[in-house]
Design a protein around this ligand. Structure first.
Ligand SMILES: *[C@@H]1O[C@H](CO)[C@@H](O)[C@H](O)[C@H]1NC(C)=O
Ligand SMILES: *[C@@H]1O[C@H](CO)[C@@H](O)[C@H](O)[C@H]1NC(C)=O
Ligand SMILES: *[C@@H]1O[C@H](CO)[C@@H](O)[C@H](O)[C@H]1NC(C)=O
Ligand SMILES: *[C@@H]1O[C@H](CO)[C@@H](O)[C@H](O)[C@H]1NC(C)=O
Ligand SMILES: [Zn+2]
Length: 375
């Protein structure tokens, strides 16, 4: 019996192992929350959604990546532009005509960079994880010397030629645009075809299909650990957690286990050792939330999206990797924001602090209990 347990635990540990070629080269990563965005989109983004929890309020993370040896700078995503009235009409109408989308006024990321001592002409490249409005910023604010990198198969249809297009000419004009090609690569990381961006193992781009044509993620080496820029592989920490390997590496803290027994709805969430009205997190083997499989979901290809999510969670279960999703609201009070660096996450115990926060009823990511009427 004891031997079997030991064996099982070794298998679990091995399952969570991810091989990355060794390298001494690193990048520095800084994260910016460009805006807090609110929309009644929960039902399109994950399931299940409990009554009263239909509205989603989420950050928009963008990343400044600085290469250690050359000092080259790039941005991975830009969040949304600060003048939503100038988005393509199919999107701006959601802010101004129907009003279903909203964001309190905020500074454009280009202003934040300037104020933080990062001149825009020092940004060699902007990489879009994908072409949704909440990631592409406003490229016309960048000098034409800033290049644009997009994922394979990105739909480049423009408004007004396509009345429903989310992109417009000004999103590309003047910039050299490179569409990534993963066909020629023989490198795979956690099952993702990968490109070694600087050629020295400091920053990889990963082909992560599912959310939208051309959706990519990134893996940054920040001595001696990694940050996974998870983009929109999923939108909530509860879509990644818990999984068996994850619970093994990061056991749920006792106070949250106790709290979850009383706060998580057993009508919507189940685990083998839950009893009516008492939810047991420890025995739960799948994430609490999943990618929406209905056709009105936000993910273009939910089947491919689930496969990509599985591979990302392989990183999530491993102590060397910190997964930062573009819209993970559980991280709001946890991450140090630009101009501070995120690279010291491991030294500062940030992951231990962050990974179960979504289960705390005081955290904005908590959406697992009944909602009381507001008056
Ligand atoms: C987003 O919300 C957080 C938490 O309320 C706040 O600290 C932050 O300043 C907001 N960010 C923006 C860009 O509005
Ligand atoms: C590309 O985007 C346009 C504009 O939104 C849309 O009409 C078209 O169907 C898209 N093409 C594909 C292959 O998804
Ligand atoms: C960048 O290129 C676009 C399109 O060619 C042009 O309209 C714009 O004036 C250029 N901007 C700068 C700052 O050179
Ligand atoms: C992978 O590709 C690189 C660069 O093209 C090449 O140097 C290397 O030999 C290849 N490795 C394998 C195992 O094919
Ligand atoms: Zn997004």
């Amino acid at each position: 019996m004891w031997c079997w347990l030991l064996f099982a635990s070794l298998v679990l540990r091995c399952a969570a192992r991810v091989h990355i070629p060794s390298s001494k080269s690193t990048v520095d990563v800084k994260v910016i929350n460009v805006a807090n965005f609110t929309a009644p989109l929960a039902g399109a983004v994950f399931q299940p959604v409990l009554p009263g929890h239909e509205v989603l309020s989420i950050p928009m993370h963008a990343f400044l990546v600085e290469h250690g040896t050359s000092g080259k700078r790039l941005m991975f995503d830009l969040g949304m532009r600060s003048d939503p009235q100038n988005l393509a009409p199919s999107i701006s109408s959601l802010f101004f005509k129907t009003g279903v989308y909203s964001a309190a006024p905020f500074k454009d990321i280009t202003e934040l960079l300037n104020e933080g001592g990062i001149p825009l002409d020092s940004i060699e490249t902007v990489i879009w994880s994908h072409s949704h409005f909440d990631h592409i910023g406003d490229m016309s604010r960048f000098p034409n010397t800033t290049n644009l990198v997009i994922g394979p198969g990105t739909n480049r249809s423009l408004y007004p030629e396509f009345s429903d297009a989310a992109l417009q000419a000004s999103d590309f004009a003047g910039h050299k645009v490179t569409e990534l090609d993963f066909d020629g690569t023989n490198l795979t990381l956690s099952g993702f075809p990968a490109l070694d961006y600087f050629g020295d193992g400091s920053f990889y781009l990963l082909n992560t299909p599912g959310h939208l044509d051309g959706h990519i993620t990134a893996l940054a080496r920040v001595t001696p650990s990694f940050i996974v820029l998870g983009a929109d592989t999923c939108h909530h920490a509860g879509q990644m957690r818990p999984r068996p390997e994850f619970q093994h590496a990061y056991p749920c803290p006792a106070h949250l286990l106790a709290q979850a027994r009383a706060t998580v709805s057993t009508q919507y969430f189940w685990s083998p050792e839950s009893r009516p009205g008492v939810f047991d997190m420890r025995s739960r083997a799948q994430p609490l939330l999943s990618i929406v499989d209905r056709p009105n979901g936000i993910d273009q290809d939910p089947v491919a999206g689930r496969v990509s999510l599985d591979k990302i969670t392989n990183f999530d279960a491993h102590e060397d990797f910190f997964v930062v999703l573009a819209h993970d609201v559980s991280l709001l009070g946890v991450l140090p924001y630009f101009p501070k660096s995120l690279s010291g996450w491991r030294h500062h115990g940030m992951k231990e602090h962050a990974v179960w926060a979504f289960l705390d009823e005081r955290n904005p990511a908590f959406r697992f209990g009944p909602v009381m009427a507001a008056f």
